[in-house]
Ligand binder design. Structure first.
Ligand code: BGC
Length: 727
């Protein structure tokens, strides 16, 4: 039965990190890990704030986790009851992913009887600064209960602590914590208020890095004692006086009441689902995994902002420095374009508004134009470090070249901008700054071109393609194709901009067009090989075919340590044909119309067994290309893998000694694209939305809505038939 709920029965300490991701709730402003209320920093709880970054000392710059306002536990007859210290009689958690509601239920046996704690929490979709919690206690005896609930200021950090001048206190009956980030002194304020539906006595205390309410009551058997708790979070980035706002927020929420707040929260979710739910007939597992993936995308969408993007690990913590990668444009954007175009605009506006950072980065490398950050934080600052992986054997940082050489990122930005304009019909982002963004990315690629005099062609050397295991290669096909795309688009846009009056004054249009066109025309692209043994296969980069041809299994067997990094100078994969993730396949998926089905198929079949799928981004690209080849059944397991990245978990948690656990929104986005663009075959032909279904055998029917150019459509696909109806 499809009931929009996932559950976990029993308690297993080893699953703390996994469940924290799987049971995440969020509203774009913050993400709250699916951890238990009594957890302290060692169990990885986090209220991860979108777009607020800090560096502590020499550590990596990363997003800030707010003081944990969800903190709570019970004392019964003077004894503390919390997990994992006190073994429960029964315990379970669940997530209602239709509405982003996390629940836990734990029963303990005490010397005098059984006591049950039930909690529920949601990050309000309506009032994004607020978290609502309901704590219910019941016992089958006259238990002497102390409910401890407050704000824990000792937060979990990967490279912290990020909060200084922590001020804990109270205002009237409310708790308040104020703290400042190190680097920029951004104030973070967390307020908390409680409302008890029963008579009790209450005290407030500051102890052990926490400011808490201690609520005392004696239970009557069979009765439930309900406490509503509100947590309000504001930062100095969004207002003048965060503390006042946070306090006002919790007071307002308390005033309105829990039921009402829950109702409006659910209404917001219903509105989101109205445009985005995908109904899948015949395959409950696919429907669950897909909608669960969409739940995650909704939970981290920055709807409250006009120019924020989504980090590669969503709002699940500080992994990957909470930075924005190509994941957003190439994997997540389509979902928002089709279900929530306003958010799609916000994501792309972030890139336009961080152009200055990208220009600065290009200049640092002596290049022209805009070189977008590989790991982008606010202002386009590149958080990627020169030593981004730690060697497991020596414990020393390893020089990696992601930041310097993964130049395909700028093209992803351009791709996203045009995808936005073409899909929504909204050209407003291509105003002067939008045109500048495109032109500066093209200038960047132009300055990377090397002229091979003997062949009169241009090449791009010394890059890293999507397959990060092979660093500093020449003529990575994907990169060259994306650079060519950027140069062509920039030339076209310069023409158009003049006509529209959006041409920035600083450009000599004719000269740039000439250069960009020549660059695009002469840029070398590896072609499908003519002869055996690689007939039809496109070489991923110069010299790839000459590398050792060996199986993924064999390479895995060569590992000396389970967390060993596969790439870089001495990685087990670096000198072999084993690749981390879809690379040529990503290229062919984006430009499939330029090749015959035969070529697409030959490449899929050549590269798939050579792909480790060491990135959660990989499976979705294989799934989508399989659909384009007309083999949906072959796509299906890759689709499911993508859709289950967080539902099932089990993805890599380590790159060398660096923790990389968290949620995988790019995989979620790829699952959506596979379902809607792959299985249902939604596309645009001559300015019209069309659908050309190619359903895998276990899916009988799919139904969903999509926005295209401001109009919402209902799509139904059944067998080979598809129907699109304007709403
Ligand atoms: C992948 C990148 C991706 C990043 C963030 C890496 O493991 O190789 O392609 O952008 O993770 O998801």
């Amino acid at each position: 039965m499809f009931d929009w709920t996932i559950r976990e029965e029993g308690y297993a300490e080893e699953n703390v990190s996994l469940l924290g991701n799987r049971y995440l709730i969020g509203n774009g402003y913050m993400g709250i890990r699916g951890t238990l209320e009594e957890y302290e920093a060692d169990k990885l709880p986090a209220i991860n704030l979108a777009g607020i970054y800090d560096r502590a000392g020499d550590g990596w710059r990363e997003p800030v986790n707010a003081p944990n306002g969800c903190f709570s536990y019970l004392r019964v007859d003077g004894e503390i009851y919390r997990l994992p210290d006190k073994t429960p009689l029964s315990h379970g958690i669940e997530l209602d992913y239709r509405y982003g509601i996390f629940k836990r239920r734990t029963t303990w046996r005490t010397a005098r009887g059984n006591i049950t704690l039930v909690t529920q929490r949601f990050a309000s979709m309506h009032k994004v600064n607020a978290i609502g919690m309901r704590i219910s206690v019941s016992a089958d005896f006259h238990a002497d209960v102390e409910l401890v609930t407050g704000i824990d200021c000792k937060v979990w950090d990967l490279n912290g602590p990020h909060l200084e001048h922590v001020r804990m206190g109270e205002k009237e009956e409310n708790l308040l914590v104020q703290a400042d980030t190190h680097e920029q002194g951004i104030e973070i304020a967390v307020a908390e208020t409680v409302f008890m539906h029963y008579p009790m006595e209450m005290k407030q205390t500051v102890k052990d890095g926490k400011t808490i309410h201690r609520i005392f009551f004696i239970t009557k058997p069979g009765e439930t004692y309900i406490t509503d708790k509100w947590i309000g979070i504001y930062t100095g980035k969004e207002c003048e006086s965060p503390a006042e706002q946070a306090l006002a927020c919790v007071m307002e929420m308390r005033e309105g009441g829990y039921e009402r707040a829950m109702r409006v929260h659910k209404k917001c979710w219903d509105e989101l689902w109205k445009h985005s739910e995908v109904t899948v007939k015949g395959d409950g597992a696919a429907m669950e995994a897909l909608n669960y993936s969409l739940y995650h995308l909704h939970s981290i969408a920055p709807r409250h902002s006009e120019n924020l993007s989504i980090p590669a690990r969503g709002l699940s913590g500080q992994t990957y420095k909470g930075a924005v990668f190509w994941d957003t444009e190439m994997f997540m954007l389509d979902f928002f374009l089709m279900t929530d175009p306003g958010t799609a605009k916000t994501l792309m506006k972030y890139r336009i508004d961080t152009l200055a950072g990208a220009k600065e980065k290009a200049a640092q490398y002596g290049l022209d134009g805009a070189f977008y950050a590989w790991e982008s934080q606010e202002g386009g600052y590149d958080a990627c470090t020169d030593y981004n992986v730690t060697d497991v054997f020596t414990g020393r940082p390893m020089r990696t070249y992601f930041k310097d050489k993964q130049v395909h990122i700028s093209a992803a930005v351009v791709y996203g901008l045009f995808r936005y304009a073409e899909w929504t019909g909204d050209e407003s982002l291509l105003d002067e700054n939008g045109v500048r963004t495109v032109v500066e990315c093209a200038r960047f690629y132009y300055s990377l071109l090397l002229h091979r005099l003997t062949k009169d062609c241009f090449e791009i050397h010394d890059v890293i393609g999507p397959d990060e295991y092979h660093e500093r290669v020449n003529n990575n096909g994907y990169t060259n194709r994306m650079a060519k795309y950027t140069l062509e688009k920039a030339a076209e846009e310069l023409e158009k901009a003049e006509a529209k009056g959006t041409l920035p004054g600083e450009y000599d249009k004719d000269e740039l067009i000439l250069k960009f066109r020549e660059g695009a025309e002469k840029l070398y692209l590896p072609k499908p090989e003519k002869d055996n043994p690689h007939k039809g296969v496109i070489e991923q980069f110069d010299g790839y075919f000459a590398m050792e041809d060996v199986s993924v299994e064999e390479v895995r067997n060569r590992l000396l340590h389970e967390k060993e990094y596969w790439g870089g100078a001495n990685g087990v994969a670096s000198h072999t044909q084993i690749i981390k993730q879809a690379d040529v396949v990503t290229w062919l998926n984006l430009f499939s119309e330029e090749y015959t089905k035969e070529v697409l198929k030959v490449n899929w079949e050549f590269y798939e067994p050579r792909t480790e799928h060491g990135s959660s981004l990989s499976a979705g690209m294989y799934a989508m290309l399989a659909c384009k080849i007309g083999e949906p059944d072959k796509a299906y397991p890759f689709f499911l893998k993508s859709a289950m990245a967080d539902l099932k978990g089990g993805g890599k948690e380590w790159a060398g000694l660096v923790y990389i656990g968290g949620t995988h929104p790019a995989a979620a986005g790829a699952a959506y694209m596979t379902a809607v663009e792959g299985f249902a075959g939604i596309a645009v032909k001559e300015g019209r939305l069309v659908c050309n279904p190619s359903l895998p055998s276990n899916i009988q029917e799919m139904r969903f809505h999509v926005f295209y150019r401001g109009q919402e459509y209902e799509v139904t696909v059944c067998g080979e038939k598809g129907q699109i109806t304007a709403l």
